[in-house]
Design a binder for this molecule. Structure first.
Ligand code: NAD
Length: 496
């Protein structure tokens, strides 16, 4: 149960895993290089991880390929995979608090949110694909009677999954759920800043009965371990969530190796558009504040651009500033904390550099803009609001990935759409209005993979999540995610 006593009991008692998980076993890196694990809560090193090299990636890919060829998982009846995946989901739930506390020590997300968004969401995702996989059919083509055209779905083979440090379990499971349910083997490379819970997840999969080698986790740095996976000649697909720069590197790596397919879930600069006719402006303000400040803004769909209709901008901005100043920013393992720590010193400095840039470009710092809680030793930032932001400023166009809100204003629907679309991104957007025609017009006009009406990030596992423009290709979540992890094979029978 999620209560403070149970959290406190786990602060030091949950032992962080330290090795790679390959072919169902904990193994050391071949070169025995190590990386420190620094907690953003207090800036202290509390463990270390194997800093994997190309040889470790080779071992993991070989294990994944061997079991794939053997067919124990890839050719098994979907009902068999389903049973093991369902048991895995149960084990994740049974260990949810251990996983949540371990994850918070690793990346600083506030525990109340981490508990729900991480282990519980991961279990839900694994269960969704487990339950789906024996209900997804192939196709019979409409042919003449002297032919039979069948369209089969087959697993692609060895999938390399590369994921970021925000919400590693949730985002990891969006790759693992459909890839494993479809019969693939996976080599997972977590972020060097949040690997611990994903290592534990792989151990739980083995406990659930998943054959050795089906799920392997190799820890290490992006530029070495990640690159080795991306360049590997025996990896058939890369499923990635992270920044655009690394997304580009992965596409180049595919071109330079075996033309593996690459699916990218990248960043965003999500507009949150509030019209004066919104039914509940108080709720709109509270959701807008939570939408950018939870997890210190380290959310790919964070509503980082608030677009407010001119006629209400003064009152609405005042409310947003009040809410921002009211958030308790503190130790993320404390249940009363609303905003935890920024994931790393590097990320905090990046956020602060955007504060400087926005001020120098003429935006008005309405609140925040500084590092706080220095006495805790970790990385904390005050919720920050900039007003008088114009669409051409860096703070309005570039993804910050921190607790920084840019407030812009608009006169009418046309101007709102123009501003909303004026970034290279297209991941998520939100619109607040009671006018159904207006809402429909906005859904059709905004270039974005998701448009929320009268909410922000309100969706669940049943609908796809993915971007347009430079927010990526391919989709996580829903049955559509299975498309990334299956090949279509045509079987044509001729009866002439
Ligand atoms: P990142 O791109 O720096 O790193 C992501 C992963 O890629 C890490 O595991 C890293 O080690 C690895 N990596 C780095 N360089 C690599 C290389 N050359 N080759 C192979 N792998 C490499 O991203 P991050 O800082 O961990 O996460 C933040 C970013 O992720 C933000 O841009 C955010 O918007 C994005 N994100 C997107 C979504 C989505 O669903 N669209 C969700 C969460 C986060």
């Amino acid at each position: 149960m999620l209560d403070q006593k149970n959290i406190d009991a786990r602060r030091e008692s949950v032992v962080p895993p330290q090795q790679h998980f390959i072919a169902g076993k904990w193994v050391s890196g071949e070169e025995d290089a190590r990386m420190d694990v620094i907690s953003p809560i207090d800036g202290k090193c509390f463990s270390s991880l194997a800093d994997g090299g190309a040889c470790d990636v080779d071992r993991a890919v070989a294990a994944a390929r061997a079991v794939f060829e053997k067919g124990d998982w890839s050719r098994a009846a979907p009902g068999y995979r389903k049973k093991i995946l369902l048991r895995w989901a149960e084990l994740i739930e049974e260990n949810a608090l251990d996983l949540a506390v371990l994850g918070v020590r690793d990346n600083g997300t506030e525990i109340a949110m981490a508990y729900k968004a991480e282990p519980l969401k991961a279990a839900q995702t694994i269960r969704y694909y487990a339950e789906a996989i024996d209900k997804v059919y192939g196709e019979i083509a409409p042919t003449a009677e002297n032919a039979l055209g069948m369209v089969l779905r087959e697993p692609v083979g060895v999938v390399g999954a590369i994921v970021p440090w925000n919400f590693p379990l949730m985002i990891g499971s969006w790759k693992l759920g459909p890839a494993l349910a479809a019969g693939n083997s996976v080599v997972l490379k977590p972020s060097e800043e949040a690997s611990l819970t994903l290592l534990r997840l792989a151990e739980l999969a083995a406990q659930a009965g998943m054959p050795d080698g089906v799920l392997n986790v190799v820890t290490g740095r992006g530029a070495t371990t990640g690159e080795a996976l991306a360049l590997h000649m025996d990896v058939d697909a890369i499923a990635f969530t992270g920044s655009g720069g690394v997304g580009r590197a992965l596409l180049r790596a595919a071109a330079d190796s075996n033309l593996k397919r690459v699916f990218l879930e990248l960043g965003g600069k999500s507009p949150n558009i509030v019209f004066a006719d919104a039914k509940d402006l108080e709720k709109a303000a509270q959701t807008a504040a939570a939408g950018i400040f939870r997890n210190s803004g380290q959310v790919c769909v964070a509503s980082s651009r608030l677009l407010v209709e001119n006629s209400i901008q003064e009152v609405f901005l005042k409310k947003i500033i009040e809410l921002a100043e009211d958030f308790k920013v503190a130790n993320p393992l404390d249940l009363t904390t609303r905003i935890g720590a920024v994931a790393s010193e590097r990320q905090l400095q990046r956020n602060l550099s955007y504060v400087e840039k926005a001020s120098s470009e003429g935006a008005t710092l309405a609140t925040g803009g500084k590092r706080i809680n220095k006495n805790l030793g970790g990385y904390y930032m005050a919720p920050t609001v900039f007003s008088d932001v114009t669409p051409s400023m860096a703070i309005a166009k570039e993804e910050v990935f921190g607790p920084i809100l840019s407030v812009l204003t608009f006169e009418d629907v046309a101007e709102a759409v123009k501003i909303a679309n004026a970034t290279p991104y297209g991941l998520s957007a939100s619109v607040w209005t009671a006018d159904l025609d207006k809402a429909h017009n906005m859904v059709r006009s905004i270039q974005s993979g998701v448009v929320n009406i009268n909410c922000t990030s309100g969706s669940d596992i049943t609908v796809p999540m993915g971007g347009v423009k430079q927010s990526g290709n391919g989709h996580d979540k829903s049955l559509h995610a299975l498309d990334k992890f299956t090949n279509l094979k045509t079987a044509w029978f001729s009866f002439d």
